[in-house]
Design a protein around this ligand. Structure first.
Ligand SMILES: *[C@@H]1O[C@H](CO)[C@@H](O)[C@H](O)[C@H]1NC(C)=O
Ligand SMILES: *[C@@H]1O[C@H](CO)[C@@H](O)[C@H](O)[C@H]1NC(C)=O
Ligand SMILES: *[C@@H]1O[C@H](CO)[C@@H](O)[C@H](O)[C@H]1NC(C)=O
Ligand SMILES: *[C@@H]1O[C@H](CO)[C@@H](O)[C@H](O)[C@H]1NC(C)=O
Ligand SMILES: *[C@@H]1O[C@H](CO)[C@@H](O)[C@H](O)[C@H]1NC(C)=O
Ligand SMILES: *[C@@H]1O[C@H](CO)[C@@H](O)[C@H](O)[C@H]1NC(C)=O
Ligand SMILES: *[C@@H]1O[C@H](CO)[C@@H](O)[C@H](O)[C@H]1NC(C)=O
Length: 412
C-alpha cells in the first residue's frame, strides 16, 4: 500500500528542487517515472492457478522457488491476496479463486497493478478440469486454442421443453437449441495463439505423466463404448478446447449439449474436451488489458489437466460418476500440472533470448468474438470493428449488428 504514495511524493520533491538540479522539471519527473518502471516486477512467465491444490504443487520443487517473494496486489481474492514470485521476479504465480467472477476480478486487478510490467509476460492458465472421454482421459494434459463460455445460454428445465428439443439449453437470442446465437455478449469465444500452443505442447510432451491405479481402473470402464476410446486410453498431451461455465454441469446429455454449443459457436473448429469454471473470464480480463497495451494477447497458454470424466460410462448413473465413483483422476491431474507445466516454463525461460523475448507470431486469429484486437474472427458473425483494433478512444458504435440482435432477443 505504501508504494502508491512513494511516486507522487518523489515527483513533488524532485519538481520543487528542480532549480538546483541540472534537469528541467519535466525531465526530472520523467526520469522518476522511468526509474519507477525499472522497479516493477517484469515476469517472463505468470502461472495462473485457481485454487490451492493447483498452486501448491508448484511449491517446494527443485527447479525454482515461487515463495521467495510475495507481492500483495489490491483486488486479489481475500483468500489469496498475494502473488508469489521467484527472487528475480522472472516467474510468478497467482490464485484467482474459483469460477468466473473470481477469475475476472483477480486478473483485472493484476493487469491494473502498478507493481508489475506484464507487457512481455507469458501467461499460463494451469488448472484441472473435467474431461470429455471422446477426446481425452483422466490425467491428460490439454492445451486449448478456443475457450467457450458454454452456459451463456437460455435454460429450461428438461420437463418444460417441447418434444423436439434435445436439450433445455438454447443459445441466447435464438429459439431452438441448434440455432446460432443471435445475441452476442462478446465473451462467448476466445481464441489464443495456436503457434504458441504448438510450442507448449512440444515442451510438455517431454514430461513423464503421473497416473494412479484408481484412474487406470476407472478408464477401463469406457472401453466398451467405441467413441470413448480416448477416455479408455492412457493419459497424454492433447490439443483440444476448454469450456467455461459457473454451473458445474455433469452427465452425458448436458455434456453433449455443451459439446454441440462449442461446435456451433466456433463454426465447427472447436474440439470440446475440458470443462472448467474460469478461462473465459481470465481471457476477457487479459483481452481488456491487451486493448490498453498492458499485456500481449499472443502470449497466453491455456493448459488444463483432466481430473474427472464429464459423463459416466455406459450403464453408470450420471450422479454416480460425479458424486460417488473413485475416479482416481484428481491426484494425477494435480501432479501433471507441475510435471507438464514446468517443461513449458523451462522452455520459455530457456528460449527467452533467441525466441520468446520477441514473441511468437500467431498465424491464426487471436482475440474475442467481436474482433476487438483487430483481424477477422474465424468464428462468430464477423468483426464488430471492421478488422481494426479497438483504440482506447472508442467512438460510439450506435445500433450495430449487436444492438439489433439485443432488440430481437428482448433482453437488456
Ligand atoms: C510467501 O508466502 C508463503 C505462503 O503463502 C510462505 O510460505 C512464504 O514463507 C512466504 N515467503 C516469504 C519470503 O515471506
Ligand atoms: C420443433 O418444433 C417447432 C414447432 O413446434 C419448430 O419451430 C422447431 O423448428 C422444431 N425443431 C427444433 C429442433 O426445435
Ligand atoms: C469463452 O471464451 C471463448 C474464447 O474467447 C469464447 O469463444 C467463448 O464464447 C466464451 N464463452 C462464453 C460463454 O463467454
Ligand atoms: C504419481 O505421483 C504420486 C505422488 O507423488 C506418486 O506416489 C506415484 O508414484 C506417481 N505415479 C506415477 C505412475 O508416476
Ligand atoms: C447434439 O447434436 C447432435 C447432432 O445434431 C444431436 O443428434 C444430439 O441430439 C445433440 N445433443 C443434445 C444433448 O442436444
Ligand atoms: C512477427 O510479425 C511482425 C509483424 O508482422 C514482424 O515484423 C516480425 O518480424 C515477425 N516476427 C517473427 C519472429 O516472425
Ligand atoms: C459462423 O456461423 C454463423 C452461423 O452459421 C455465420 O453467420 C457466420 O458467418 C460464420 N462465421 C464464420 C467466420 O464463418
Amino acid at each position: 500500500m505504501r508504494t502508491s504514495f512513494v511516486l507522487p511524493a518523489l515527483v513533488a520533491l524532485l519538481s520543487s528542487s528542480a532549480s538546483s538540479s541540472p534537469l528541467a522539471p519535466r525531465d526530472a519527473v520523467k526520469s522518476v517515472e522511468a526509474r519507477w518502471e525499472e522497479c516493477k516486477i517484469t515476469p517472463k512467465v505468470f502461472i495462473i492457478s485457481m485454487f490451492p491444490p493447483e498452486a501448491e504443487v508448484w511449491w517446494g520443487i527443485p527447479e525454482f522457488d515461487l515463495l521467495a517473494k510475495n507481492v500483495t496486489v489490491h483486488g486479489f481474492s481475500p483468500l489469496f491476496q498475494e502473488a508469489h514470485c521467484t527472487a528475480d521476479g522472472e516467474i510468478c504465480q497467482l490464485i484467482t479463486g474459483e469460477s468466473e467472477i473470481n477469475a475476472a476480478v483477480t486478473i483485472s486487478s493484476l493487469v491494473a497493478s502498478s507493481k508489475f510490467d506484464l507487457k512481455s509476460t507469458y501467461f499460463m492458465v494451469a488448472g484441472i478440469a473435467g474431461v470429455n472421454p471422446k477426446v481425452a482421459t483422466l490425467g491428460s494434459v490439454t492445451f486449448a486454442r478456443y475457450a467457450v463460455q458454454v452456459a451463456l445460454q437460455y435454460e429450461f428445465d428438461i420437463r418444460d421443453i417441447p418434444d423436439n428439443f434435445t436439450t433445455g439449453y438454447v443459445p441466447q437470442g435464438s429459439t431452438v437449441p441448434d440455432e446460432y446465437p443471435q445475441s452476442i455478449y462478446g465473451t462467448e469465444v476466445f481464441e489464443v495463439n495456436a503457434d504458441l500452443r504448438s510450442l507448449a505442447v512440444g515442451f510438455a510432451s517431454a514430461a513423464k505423466l503421473n497416473d494412479s491405479a484408481d484412474a487406470v481402473a476407472y478408464r477401463a470402464n469406457y472401453l466398451s463404448t467405441p467413441y470413448y476410446a480416448a477416455g479408455a486410453a492412457a493419459p497424454s498431451v492433447v490439443e483440444c478446447d476448454v469450456a467455461t461455465s459457473d454451473v458445474y454441469y455433469s452427465g452425458t446429455l448436458l455434456s453433449e449439449a455443451m459439446e454441440n454449443y462449442t461446435t456451433l459457436v466456433t463454426n465447427g473448429s472447436g474440439i470440446y474436451c475440458s470443462t472448467a469454471q474460469e478461462d473465459n473470464a481470465t481471457l476477457e480480463a487479459l483481452l481488456r488489458g491487451a486493448v490498453s497495451g498492458l499485456v500481449d494477447f499472443a502470449r497466453i497458454i491455456v493448459m488444463r489437466t483432466a481430473s474427472d470424466m464429464d459423463r459416466p460410462y455406459a450403464g453408470e448413473a450420471a450422479t454416480t460418476n460425479l458424486f460417488w465413483a473413485e475416479q482416481g483422476g484428481f491426484e494425477p491431474a494435480i501432479q501433471n500440472i507441475y510435471l507438464a507445466g514446468v517443461k513449458v516454463v523451462e522452455g520459455i525461460i530457456g528460449g527467452w533470448e533467441g525466441k520468446f523475448a520477441k514473441g511468437v507470431n500467431a498465424t491464426n486469429y487471436i482475440g474475442d468474438i467481436f474482433g476487438t484486437l483487430g483481424g477477422a474472427p474465424d468464428f462468430g458473425p464477423g468483426s464488430e470493428f471492421n478488422d481494426n483494433p479497438v483504440k482506447r478512444s472508442l467512438k460510439a458504435r450506435g445500433m450495430g449488428k449487436r444492438g439489433a440482435a439485443m432488440l430481437k432477443s428482448g433482453r437488456q
